[in-house]
Design a protein around this ligand. Sequence first.
Ligand SMILES: CC(C)(COP(=O)(O)OP(=O)(O)OC[C@H]1O[C@@H](n2cnc3c(N)ncnc32)[C@H](O)[C@@H]1OP(=O)(O)O)[C@@H](O)C(=O)NCCC(=O)NCCS
Length: 181
Amino acid sequence: MSSIRYEVITEDNTICIKDLCNDLMAYQKSKAQIHPEFFDNMCFESRVIPSVKSAKANYIVIAKENNDIVGYAYSNISPKKIYSGGFATLQCDSFFDFDSVKNADVGCLSQFFIKDAYRNAGIGSVLFERSMDWLNSFKSINDVFIFVSNGNNNALKFYLSKGFSISHQILEGFITVLRTT
Ligand SMILES: CC(C)(COP(=O)(O)OP(=O)(O)OC[C@H]1O[C@@H](n2cnc3c(N)ncnc32)[C@H](O)[C@@H]1OP(=O)(O)O)[C@@H](O)C(=O)NCCC(=O)NCCS
């Protein structure tokens, strides 16, 4: 797809991913067998806005065809402590074992969505690589996490093929935690 352009958007412009973020939540709900209702209070306002505010650094890269946004990836750097007691709209003991993370901050590929008609054409791989380059540019970051909701086997396969490994599950299997280390 040679007509695709990639752009990094500023925090002032996060609203432009609102519709795709809500499509991502609906997609994940449609795949989930375990606690699909957890997605009912997840939307752009409850997921992106608070996350962008609480993170130390944010990176949103979009793929555009003409003026249409056809995909995005949202990554951030956050203090590992924000993942204690759950995260965003999800409450649990913690998302990962803090002792296994030496540094104070962690990286996360938090959201990732390509419109259906644009999948399997390499766009996700470009957004993924750009996100990893940004995350790995922080010398203070040794640990990068991805949280995949249950039933999303395509995404799981995609991340495993890109070098991530399954660490453990949380929230009764609602989420599989992937990490690089
Ligand atoms: C997961 C997702 C972001 C991947 O994006 P994508 O644009 O489809 O990814 P790519 O096209 O780069 O790669 C997908 C597959 O196509 C293959 N591919 C890559 N370039 C290709 C090309 N030019 N032509 C055909 N196939 C290609 C890749 O090898 C990959 O195969 P693999 O999964 O077996 O490794 C996308 O499928 C998506 O949005 N899914 C729905 C939302 C979702 O699950 N988000 C993740 C939440 S955790």
